[in-house]
Design a protein around this ligand. Structure first.
Ligand code: ADP
Ligand code: MG
Length: 291
């Protein structure tokens, strides 16, 4: 069974009037089916307002479905009794690290989650050390979070989620407020959690370079899944993405334009190296042909 399974998930936001009646209703998620296997790294793309955050909030039962079902590690998010277990299974990291840090010292902050869960002190100490080492913040364990950079704060927030040992972590635009260095640090920490600890990652982002190493990319549009596949499959569909005013990685766009102008370059180029290799093959071929 998947770690996350959504079946025909619908979410309507409702505006309730003073008389308690529904005045207006807005469908933010519209019939989403989603299967995520343990250990996968999934990236979610889409415009502002396409329903990404609403979907994310269903994955650890912050919201409950208006229609359809969400299972987290086999637990139905509508089952109120399972709420704690669901939240421990699927952790969340949000955009603004300042809203996620509660402690006045880094290691205390990271220990807060497991402490709340009733984890024995010795075990907390172990987890705090392991989590901070994984995100590369162990040297800052006795610092005040206030003084840290945005990227460092976000890594402390990630360590705090990791210390609760979730099987899955949903990142909702964790790098949106960070500078390029901070963005890299945070994405590396997420990748490390995925590769070394086998934590399932769902990463919502606007940054293309954060997407190309994912196992699967999901593109949301108006509450629906517009397309999904490997990064190469999705970014091979440049024209379709452009029609929906969605970005593709710069090098993918360049390769696509070169192909359109007549060069024999495959679709779905994701890195500069791939493009350079493709161009080199063409020039070798031309030399062979005596051009
Ligand atoms: P995204 O994360 O892709 O930007 P959201 O899931 O935040 O999209 O929002 C999807 C749609 O739902 C948007 O049109 C947004 O205005 C609306 N929406 C989000 N949160 C609420 C809310 N609490 N109440 C009413 N409408 C909301
Ligand atoms: Mg959002």
């Amino acid at each position: 069974m998947g770690i996350i399974e959504a079946r025909k998930l619908i979410h309507d936001y409702q505006k309730i009037g003073e008389d308690g009646k529904v005045e207006a209703s807005y469908r933010a998620v519209d019939g989403v089916d989603l299967d995520v296997q343990p250990g996968q790294f999934i990236a979610v793309l889409g415009h502002n307002g396409s329903g990404k955050s609403t979907l994310a909030k269903h994955l650890n039962a912050i919201l409950v479905p208006t229609g359809g079902t969400v299972f987290v590690d086999g637990m139905d998010t509508k089952d109120a009794e399972k709420l704690n277990r669901i939240r421990q299974t699927a952790g969340m990291v949000f955009q603004n690290p300042d809203n996620q840090i509660v402690g006045t010292v880094v290691d205390e902050d990271v220990g807060f989650g497991p402490e709340n869960m009733g984890v024995p002190t010795e075990e907390i100490i172990k987890r705090v050390e392991e989590s901070l080492k994984t995100v590369g913040m162990w040297e800052y364990r006795d610092h005040s979070p206030n003084r840290l950079s945005g990227g460092q704060k976000q890594r402390v927030a990630i360590a705090g989620v990791m210390a609760m040992e979730p099987k899955c972590i949903v990142f909702d635009e964790p790098t949106a407020m960070l500078d390029p260095v901070g963005r890299k640090e945070v994405i590396r920490a997420a990748q490390k959690l995925n590769r070394e600890k086998n934590v399932t990652i769902i990463l919502i982002t606007h940054y293309m370079e954060e997407v190309i190493e994912a196992d699967r990319v999901i593109v949301m549009d108006q509450g629906k899944i517009l397309m999904q596949g490997t990064p190469r499959e999705v970014f091979s569909r440049v024209e379709e993405l452009k029609e929906h005013r969605l970005d593709v990685p710069q090098v993918t766009m360049l390769a696509h334009e070169l192909k359109k102008s007549g060069l024999d370059i495959p679709e779905g180029i994701l890195t500069v190296k791939e493009l350079a290799d493709a161009v080199e093959r063409i020039s070798e071929q031309e030399q062979k042909n005596g051009n």
